[in-house]
Design a protein around this ligand. Structure first.
Ligand SMILES: [Zn+2]
Length: 440
């Protein structure tokens, strides 16, 4: 018999695919194994279903002053980079990336990938995130780590090699990644092909990467138009925008996740909309690196699909999706002088359902019967969230990581009443501290 939990008498908040958000008061939710089996207001129906599926062997989780809602899916992260937190701040992006980060990355060893990744998982789980698009090297190390920690991830694969200064696509990376996945036999893992940006590789590599992505049906993860400098250089080199150039390589599809998209014109937005590209908006990182304010209002008007990301802990400097929801809403309102732009319900949908879809997990991010059991329990019995008022506003504008009481991923509690169940956090902290001392 599998594991069953009856969540009893909760306020259940979820968005739906039509972008509506529903709030059910005094509601019940039954989880059995990895799936949601019941959501509704009938204690009798919930009791009957949980008894049936579990043979009366189940846990009752009491919902007094608690919200049950979907966990977040962080659509743009560089997880092992938590080892570079607070190590190089207040730089422009190019000076920061090429002068401070890449030289340190060149010295990373296996343990740095492993423990940096685990530190990010711990931070994400404690702040209500159950899934992330991890754009980073080290897939063969970090993929088993994600699986052991019970964390859902869309992991990038490098897929390229440089021999005697000549770059080419590398199928071996993809084959090795899939061999690891086959071994793990985990439905927590998806792959994607890492295409850093239009400015990092020679022109001839891009078509080879497109071919590789198509051959293996891999989504592409890419940074697009993060800074004005990127756009200016692209214009000088190629005579068009980064969106246009990547589109000319057939890299923009309905599975592509494009991070940032801060500096777009109407033609760019039109391409992103037409191709169904997922745009991962990163408000904190864009403001901290002074990249600018992504125009989410114009993207939204042109039906560009929006989700949210934190970017790496080296440029944020945390991975708290509550903060990103709040900043996304405030940035949109403040920069357009229109308080009705990006209401709480839309931002919540971006952080939950859209994030999961962007990461390739189509049966997650909504609290509905049949969906995967990725849920978080928010305790609103705290000054920060009291009195509750509108629960959606409370989640987006008032809530923070300390209100996250429990997190379940794929039906497993990975945070149970404020305790991480699968990660030895003290070990992770000790190892990552050593790394920072070595790479400082
Ligand atoms: Zn990034």
């Amino acid at each position: 018999m599998g594991k069953a939990v009856l969540f009893s008498d909760f306020t259940i908040v979820t968005s739906h695919d039509d972008y509506s958000v529903s709030v059910l008061e005094h509601a019940y939710c039954v989880i059995f194994n990895d799936r949601i089996r019941y959501v509704g207001s009938s204690s009798d129906d919930a009791g009957k279903i949980v008894s049936e599926v579990s043979g009366n062997d189940y846990e009752v989780y009491d919902g007094k002053n608690k919200i049950l809602c979907p966990t977040f899916a962080n659509a743009h992260a560089h997880m092992s980079m938590s080892i570079f937190r607070n190590i190089a701040d207040d730089y422009a992006l190019n000076d920061w990336l090429f002068g401070e980060i890449i030289p340190r990355e060149d010295k990373m060893i296996e343990g740095d990938f492993r423990y940096g990744h685990l530190l990010s998982i711990a931070e994400m789980i404690e702040s209500g995130t159950a899934c992330a698009a991890n754009m980073y090297d080290g897939a063969l190390i970090t993929t088993p780590v994600s699986s052991e920690a019970g964390f859902r991830v869309q992991q990038t694969i490098m897929g390229k090699k440089c021999v005697d200064g000549k770059w080419s696509a590398n199928e071996k990376d993809v084959d090795e990644f899939y061999a690891v996945c086959k071994n793990l036999n985990s439905d927590l893992i998806q792959g994607s092909l890492l295409v850093h940006s239009i400015y990092l590789y020679p022109e001839e590599l891009y078509p080879a990467l497109t071919e590789l992505a198509q051959k293996y049906k891999l989504p592409i993860s890419v940074h697009i138009s993060e800074t004005l400098v990127e756009n200016e250089n692209c214009m000088k080199q190629y005579g068009c925008s980064p969106v246009e150039k990547l589109n000319s390589f057939n890299m923009l599809t309905d599975t592509t996740v494009a991070a940032h998209c801060v500096h777009l014109n109407d033609a760019d937005r039109s391409i992103l909309s037409e191709k169904g590209v997922w745009v991962a908006h990163n408000p904190s990182s864009n403001m901290k690196l002074a990249s600018g304010f992504a125009d989410t209002m114009s993207m939204d008007k042109m039906s560009v699909r929006l989700c949210l990301g934190t970017d790496g802990a080296a440029s944020n400097n945390n991975q708290d999706m509550f903060m990103e929801m709040r900043l996304a809403a405030f940035m949109a309102k403040g920069s357009t002088l229109d308080p009705t732009i990006l209401p709480a319900s839309k931002v919540f949908h971006m952080a939950t359902r859209n994030g999961y879809l962007a990461c390739g997990f189509s049966d997650c991010g909504i609290i509905e019967e049949g969906m995967k059991a990725d849920i978080q329990i928010i305790d609103y019995d705290c000054p920060q969230m009291w009195p509750l008022g509108n629960p959606v506003s409370a989640l987006v504008y008032s809530c923070g990581p300390k209100c996250v009481e429990s997190v379940m991923i794929n039906g497993d509690f990975v945070l149970y009443k404020h305790e991480l169940t699968k990660i030895d956090l003290e070990r992770v902290k000790a190892e990552t501290k050593k790394t920072m001392e070595r790479l400082r």
